[in-house]
Design a protein around this ligand. Structure first.
Ligand code: CUA
Length: 336
C-alpha cells in the first residue's frame, strides 16, 4: 500500500476486483454527469441571461422530457442496486469449507479467536488461498471492522452477529481500522510520539477509537498450519526470554494495558503495581489475597470475583494458553 496515494490499496482478497469495478463505475459515471450538468448549467446561464428589450418566453410543461429524465435514471439506479446487492450477498454467504474466525470488538481492541480456541489481540494470521468466514460480535458498543486492502467493512453490532467471507489472495499485511466512532478515555489520549518504540506507541494508542487498530498477516498455508497448532513464544529482541520478560510483552500484546496500569493509578481495572500478594476487598464484601489462582481465574473468568469499586469494568473472558498465563503472573510478581 502506498501511503501517499489517494487510491484504494492493492487488491489482496477474492472480492476486491469486483468491488473496485463497481466503485470505479459509480465514480466515473458520477464524475461524467457532474461535469456535464455543471457545464450545461453554466452555458445556459450565459446564453439565456436577461438582456434589455428581450422578453422571456418560458417553455412550460414537456411531458416526454419529464418522463425520460425520470424513467431512465430509475432503470439505472435499480441496475446499480442489483449489482451492489449481488456482491453483498456473495460475501455474506460463506464459501464451502471456510475456516471460521471469531472477531470480537471491544473498547478499544480486536480479539481474534481461531477454531482451536486460541486467541490473539489486534493480530490475525490467515492462510493465503483458503476461504475464511469472519464472525463479528461486540462486547460493548458499535464498532466497524474496516480492512481497505480486503475491501471489507462490516459493522460490529452489540447483541448480534454479522459475518463476512472471502479468500485472501496474496501474502502480506493488511491494516485493520475501526470505522465507527466508539469513544475515548478522557484526559488519557496519548498521541504516538515520533520515533518512540513501537510498544510504547501501541500502549498510548490503545486509549480510544483512533487506536483500535489491528493487522492481518496473510501467510503461506503451510506456515499457518504449523503456527496455529503451536504458536511460538515471542522473542525479546531476537533472544529467548525469561517468563517475566515474556509476560511484560504480553501485557501490551494482549492489551492488558488498556485497562490496567503498572504505576499505581486505577484505570478501568485495578492497577497491577503491587498486585501479587495484595489483600483486596471484593464486591460481595469478602476479602482475598491475590495469588496465582485468583489471577488465573480473573483472566479466564473475570466476572466471578470482582474487586470492590470495579463493578463496571466489564472485562471479557480471555482464552490464552497456560504458558502465557504463567508468564503474565511471573511479570505481575515483578511489579512491586
Ligand atoms: Cu471501535 Cu471505533
Amino acid at each position: 500500500m502506498n501511503p501517499d496515494s489517494l487510491q484504494l490499496p492493492e487488491q489482496m482478497s477474492s472480492n476486491a476486483a469486483e468491488y473496485d469495478a463497481l466503485y470505479n463505475f459509480i465514480y466515473y459515471f458520477s464524475l461524467f454527469f457532474t461535469v456535464a450538468i455543471t457545464a450545461f448549467t453554466l452555458y445556459f446561464v450565459v446564453k439565456y441571461r436577461r438582456r434589455p428589450g428581450v422578453k422571456s418566453t418560458p417553455p412550460g410543461h414537456n411531458l416526454i422530457m419529464e418522463l425520460t429524465w425520470t424513467i431512465l435514471p430509475l432503470f439505472f439506479i435499480v441496475g446499480l442496486f442489483h449489482y451492489g446487492f449481488k456482491l453483498f450477498v456473495k460475501n455474506a454467504v460463506a464459501y464451502e469449507g471456510a475456516m471460521e474466525i471469531r472477531v470480537r470488538g471491544q473498547k478499544w481492541l480486536w480479539t481474534f479467536e481461531y477454531p482451536n480456541g486460541y486467541s490473539e489481540t489486534d493480530e490475525l494470521r490467515l492462510p493465503v488461498g483458503r476461504p475464511v468466514k469472519l464472525i463479528f460480535s461486540s462486547e460493548d458498543v458499535l464498532h466497524a471492522f474496516f480492512v481497505p486492502g480486503a475491501r471489507l467493512k462490516k459493522d460490529v453490532v452489540p447483541g448480534m452477529y454479522s459475518t463476512f467471507s472471502f479468500i485472501p489472495t496474496k501474502t502480506g499485511d493488511l491494516q485493520v481500522f475501526c470505522a465507527e466512532y466508539c469513544g475515548g478515555a478522557e484526559g488519557d489520549i496519548a498521541a504516538p510520539e515520533k520515533g518512540a518504540p513501537k510498544e510504547l506507541n501501541v500502549a498510548g494508542l490503545h486509549k480510544g477509537h483512533w487506536g483500535m487498530l489491528g493487522v492481518i498477516h496473510v501467510v503461506p498455508a503451510d506456515d499457518f498450519d504449523k503456527w496455529v497448532k503451536n504458536p511460538p513464544p515471542p522473542t525479546c529482541d531476537g533472544q529467548p526470554c525469561t517468563p517475566e520478560q515474556w509476560g511484560e510483552k504480553l501485557y501490551t500484546k494482549q492489551a492488558c494495558n488498556s485497562c490496567h496500569t503498572i504505576d499505581g493509578r486505577p484505570m478501568t481495572g485495578p492497577t497491577w503495581k503491587g498486585i501479587f500478594g495484595r489483600n483486596e476487598l471484593l464486591s460481595d464484601g469478602t476479602q482475598v489475597t491475590i495469588d496465582e489462582n485468583y489471577i488465573r481465574e480473573s483472566i479466564l473468568k473475570p466476572q466471578s470475583k470482582i474487586v470492590k469499586g470495579f463493578e463496571n469494568g466489564n472485562m471479557p473472558p480471555y482464552t490464552i494458553p497456560d504458558k502465557q498465563l504463567d508468564a503474565l503472573i511471573a511479570y505481575m510478581k515483578t511489579l512491586k
